[in-house]
Ligand binder design. Sequence first.
Ligand code: UD1
Ligand code: CA
Length: 450
Amino acid sequence: MPTVSLVVLAAGQGSRMQSDRPKVLHEVAHAPLLHHALNAGATLEPARIVVVVGHGGDRVERSARLWGEDVRIARQAEQKGTAHAVAQARDALEGAGGDVVVLYGDTPFITPATLARMREARETGAGIVVLGFEAADPGRYGRLVVDGDRLERIVEFKDATEAERAITLCNSGVMMGDAATLFRLIGKVSDDNAGGEFYLTDVPALAAAEGLSSHVVTCDEAETLGINTRAELAGAEAAWQGRARAQALADGVTMHDPSTVHLAHDTVLGRDVTLEPNVVFGPGVTVESGAVIRAFSHLEGCHVSDGCVVGPYARLRPGAELDRAVKVGNFVEIKNAQVHEGAKVNHLSYVGDAEVGARANLGAGTITCNYDGVFKHRTTIGADAFVGSNTMLVAPVRVGAEALTASGSVVTEDVPDGALAVARAKQQNKDGLARRLMAKLRAAKARRTN
Ligand code: UD1
Ligand code: CA
């Protein structure tokens, strides 16, 4: 098998998105559309990867490099059509040889299995392989004109006759072929058509004229979904979530109401994880086997170990690391903090830039005051410590192992191991004063209403 290189077209403006953001940087499941396309293409283990950028080129380039350092960038200054776009990748592919596969940056759901089938078609002798699909509503898609299993040509909607418009087998835009052949044929493409553009879709007819055969590999229409509008983006998100939830259920995750759970592209859920309704995952979350995420919790960039119970109404932010059997309860926010085995933060707390020792218990309303307005500071809480309710831990500060803080304390100094810290005003009781005060006030009110 020849090597294959990947060309992802991402120069278009996407004006129908009504957005300042380049279309391919809009996200599905917290990953840019562009990354979805790159992930699919990467499964072919491409020798080179080229992203063709144009509109918002610098931003698209940055995002592409974030995905992979060795991605090459080709610039298409003016969007003169899909063939013109692919032609811009020529220099970046110099000397790579082998095959080229063209994907669109706004088409996130092409599956690895489909790309593998296109590779097989190449192996069995097809000169050019085009990915087609039976469209429920063919609309403005390019139509595939076939003769048996041969693809004669692709006709764009704008240029199609009534009879051609009646064809339901449509062009997805994905094309594969030998690099040298493809670039030679692209060199022959003209812009003499209704759109005044250089169509990549002219390639199969040009191939046929040279006696080269083109073939169609088909896939489910859902795979070829391209995003042009916010409504389509929302539809793509829903479709992605539906598949991801089904996969999670198949993998042994319990969900009480799957349709209310939102996953991210990289969410990792172990077997026997339970997700209650309305749990939302941002990127970068791993939840290990047996953990329970209770209703209305929001997790991103965190790790939850087995035996943990999180929520309801908990928020785990980036860098939250929960060891085994940790409990995080309602209205608790944890950020950039390691919480060791068996520790409990059950009610109304903020724990940020901190380390919480094993079996420590943080009472209701415990807050790590980690930010002085300029710098962030760390709080360390030892194993088996007991932090009283409404304790303010003014970082940098350390509460020792087996130490105790009195409720309502504002702790600004380290507490030694095993010590009790009391950092609040001392209580005074004035005998009978409450009754006397109230009697005075009631008397004043009675005078006023008379
Ligand atoms: C294209 C196909 C059509 C197919 C449809 C599937 C052509 C001529 N037509 O039409 O047969 O059914 O996709 O969705 O190929 N792009 C560039 N530079 C350009 C032009 C486009 O990078 O100069 C990129 C766009 O950003 C987009 C992709 O190529 O990601 C497709 O371009 P678009 O203009 O949307 O093509 P369609 O008209 O949808
Ligand atoms: Ca399109």
